[in-house]
Design a protein around this ligand. Structure first.
Ligand code: GTP
Ligand code: MG
Length: 348
């Protein structure tokens, strides 16, 4: 698609009309060849010159998808573009990405690309509908020692076992990533530990801003360095936010920031077909007299943004219980497993 074509399409869409409502395909003569999305860059969008493109790039907008899913406010804030230019840019990016309606069949075809990462425990995999899915955020929350970090390590190894060309990103906020444990698990899975370690990119996040910055960097690992990132672990998602925003007065600000972080994670999950695994702590609910007296951190913001939510707790004799409490297409349920040196095993 040429630059004029994109501009023309944007012109047609500048009104309040949604890009989705316009049948762009019908408007393009059939002789025009299929748009080649890889060829278009941000600079091809209407109203984007070299200077704006540079500002956008510096703020992490590197491909059309990032513009297509951006909001007017974000573009205005980062690149100083006016509302009308911003709208044209977003519409043009959406059109070129064909982000309108799709048939159920199209979605089904996309679902076939979803990879399910095994936990090693058959019970746990069954509970999750085959494993931890790409193109989704899965949150495990539970008390200390419930196995959240162990699951992060195990998913990393099993992802690399499944696809030896993939890369795992591990954002470590609590300094609990252990290469020694990865070696042990890789040996348990029967794959080369050094090869595994060389494909896990670990970054220690020092505060919540740093954590958010690292998340944005994942995009450039894929688009600039050509890494085939399939799993992003954020362990723990909430510890910095919890430590930095103390007291009721800061709650709104914390939630806003956490919301932005969850959006960024959702964006990389869906735009690159990545499994995002986040861990979350629990806090005591003093007013709860019946049932479990704990609740997860981050409230509705984290709960709604996560595609799958699993509650982990300690069971009998060193076992762990995973309870699926939210999933788009699976029944709620429970399973029991144990963390052992070579990996997770079922407990019946
Ligand atoms: P916090 O980060 O403190 O909230 O806890 P967590 O939920 O991340 O717990 P984690 O995943 O670190 O689980 C720790 C538990 O896993 C330990 O109490 C052990 O039971 C088990 N575990 C950890 N490493 C090993 C290991 O090498 N071998 C075996 N058999 N068990 C292990
Ligand atoms: Mg942990």
């Amino acid at each position: 698609m040429t630059k004029q074509k994109v501009e023309q399409m944007a012109q047609e869409n500048t009104d309040e009309v949604n890009a989705e409502d316009i049948n762009v395909e019908a408007a393009i003569p059939k002789t025009v060849e299929e748009p080649k999305m890889e060829k278009l860059t941000i600079q091809d969008l209407p109203g984007v010159g070299a200077a704006t493109a540079e500002k956008l790039e510096a703020a992490g907008y590197r491909d059309l998808m990032s513009i297509a899913v951006a909001t007017l406010g974000q573009l205005a804030e980062t690149a100083g573009v006016s509302e009308s230019v911003g709208r044209k840019m977003i519409n043009a990016a959406r059109d070129s990405m064909k982000m309108g309606f799709e048939t159920g069949m199209d979605i089904l075809k996309k679902r076939e690309l979803v990879v399910k990462i095994s936990t090693g425990s058959q019970n746990f995999d069954t509970l999750m509908g085959g494993g931890f899915e790409t193109n989704a955020i899965t949150e495990c929350f539970g008390e200390f020692g419930s196995g959240k970090t162990q699951i992060g390590h195990i998913l990393a190894v099993n992802m690399l076992k499944e696809d030896a060309t993939s890369t795992v990103v591990y954002i470590d906020t609590e300094n609990t990533f252990r290469p020694e444990r990865i070696i042990q698990l890789a040996e348990g899975a029967g794959i080369d530990p050094e090869e595994v370690l060389s494909r896990i990119m670990v970054a220690r996040a020092y505060n919540s801003d740093h954590q958010m910055l690292l998340t944005e960097k994942v995009d450039s690992l894929i688009t600039e360095q050509g890494k085939n990132v399939k799993l992003v672990v954020v362990d723990s998602l909430t510890s910095h936010f919890r430590a930095e925003f103390i007291g009721r007065g800061t709650l709104a600000e914390r939630q806003q920031k956490l919301n932005r972080h969850m959006h960024a994670l959702a964006k990389i999950a869906s735009s690159h077909n990545i499994c995002v695994y986040v861990t979350n702590q629990v806090m005591a609910k003093p007013d709860q007299f019946f049932g479990d007296p704990t609740t997860s951190i981050g409230g509705h913001i984290v709960a709604h943004a996560s595609t799958f939510r699993v509650y982990l707790r300690k069971g009998r004799k060193g076992s762990r219980v995973a309870k699926l409490i939210d999933a788009p297409n699976l029944a709620d349920g429970e399973c029991c497993f144990e963390v052992t040196s070579p990996g997770l095993v079922d407990v019946n």
